[in-house]
Ligand binder design. Structure first.
Ligand code: AMP
Ligand code: MG
Length: 352
């Protein structure tokens, strides 16, 4: 598999979801108030997708300066976390020998700690070393033939985030096993959205959002003081909205099997792999997670795509709210966490 092909594939898919997300925010924003506060927005290609930063409540010069700072943070984090940049922290880790302690930046350690937490709580359903299985199934999708059981077993041998240890005192990461490859695709976009939002908040922004390819971190309320209103795409009718959510100061992230899949012998296979079986997840068609932070929301949307309804307890322990869509007999059946209903109401909840 060439990394260039992989990057191109991701960009196309992410662009499709971005187009939906942003046009929806815009449509709603213009409806909410007769005189909405001015909103400034900029979109840049980064992280194999498009990243949009939006701020309001400041003048044009201040908006430009804060957006510059947020995009500088996106660039900085991408340089640390990309597996395609030879000098990134993640490449250093992937090229290191087993047992070698690799010094990483605090941000890299933070995202790996979040990945470890979600791996533990999800009992290994979330595992950022799943790359060999992802590659095997991607090749299967291209060739149209299911992988052999022994190839699946061989790839599974190379998947084990438990064998990666993190030391927060020395800021080092050590892999105990030969051939482990860390790929943060399932958590990095949410993490970067969160960190870029923190940069905006530190510069005094109280209303805005950072959207990293559909993984959105909302700051405060929208320009009218109402909760941000955002739609979840209908897996049966992509481009239309199945549910509308109202959030303040929250990350909203969706993982969907319905947009990214491969077809072998007429059967659809998800791009999300269950590391425990080595096979694509058979779980929900879509999972939306709402959490205080983007990294957790992103990681849990992927983890719950593997765990399905069985993940409800783990999600509760992790403090995240979720909505799952199951497509059965041509209909959407919903399954959601107890606290999710609060985000369906406009303005009455007191999310801080
Ligand atoms: P997301 O879109 O955030 O759900 O991330 C999906 C991507 O994460 C996939 O395209 C794979 O590169 C990777 N991935 C697939 N399965 C898993 C898993 N079980 N745990 C962690 N990452 C995964
Ligand atoms: Mg994810």
């Amino acid at each position: 598999m060439s990394s260039t092909r992989y990057r191109a594939g991701l960009a196309v898919l992410a662009a499709a979801s971005l187009a939906f997300g942003i046009s929806y925010f815009r449509a709603i924003g213009s409806k909410c108030s007769a005189q909405p506060a001015k909103r400034f927005e900029r979109t840049v290609e980064a992280m194999d997708t498009f990243v949009t930063v939006s701020v309001s409540g400041v003048d044009e010069a201040a908006a430009a300066e804060t957006m510059d700072a947020a995009f500088a943070e996106v660039e900085r984090l991408e340089a640390l976390l990309s597996r395609f940049e030879p000098d990134s922290d993640i490449s250093m880790l992937n090229f290191a020998s087993p047992g070698e302690a690799v010094k990483v930046s605090p941000a890299t350690l933070a995202v790996l700690c979040e990945a470890a937490r979600v791996s533990d709580l999800s009992d290994g359903a979330f595992d950022v070393t799943v790359g060999p299985l992802v590659a095997l199934w991607r090749e299967a999708g291209k060739s149209g033939a299911l992988p052999a059981d022994e190839d699946i077993d061989a790839a599974r041998e190379k998947v084990s985030f438990k064998d990666v240890s993190l030391d927060a005192e020395s800021n080092t990461v050590t892999s105990a096993r030969e051939g482990l490859v860390v790929d943060l695709s399932a958590v990095a976009k949410g993490f970067v959205a969160e960190r870029a939002a923190v940069v905006l908040i530190r510069r005094g922004i109280t209303s805005g959002f950072v959207d990293a390819g559909g993984d959105v971190m909302f700051i405060g309320s929208n320009a009218d003081g109402r909760p941000w209103r955002t739609g979840i795409e209908d897996p049966l009718k992509p481009g239309t909205v199945a549910d509308t959510l109202y959030v303040r100061n929250r990350a909203v992230v969706t993982s969907g099997n319905y947009r990214r899949f491969c077809t072998i012998d007429g059967k659809r296979y998800s791009h999300i792999i269950d590391p425990r079986t080595g096979r694509p997840s058979q779980g929900p068609a879509g999972v939306t997670v709402i959490a205080p932070g983007g990294a957790a929301a992103d990681a849990w949307a992927t983890a719950l795509s593997v765990l399905g309804k069985d993940g409800a307890d783990a999600a509760r322990r992790a403090g995240v709210e979720f909505l799952m869509y199951f497509v059965e007999d041509g209909e959407i059946n919903r399954f959601e966490s107890e606290g999710f209903a609060a985000f369906r109401k406009d303005g009455t909840n007191d999310q801080r």
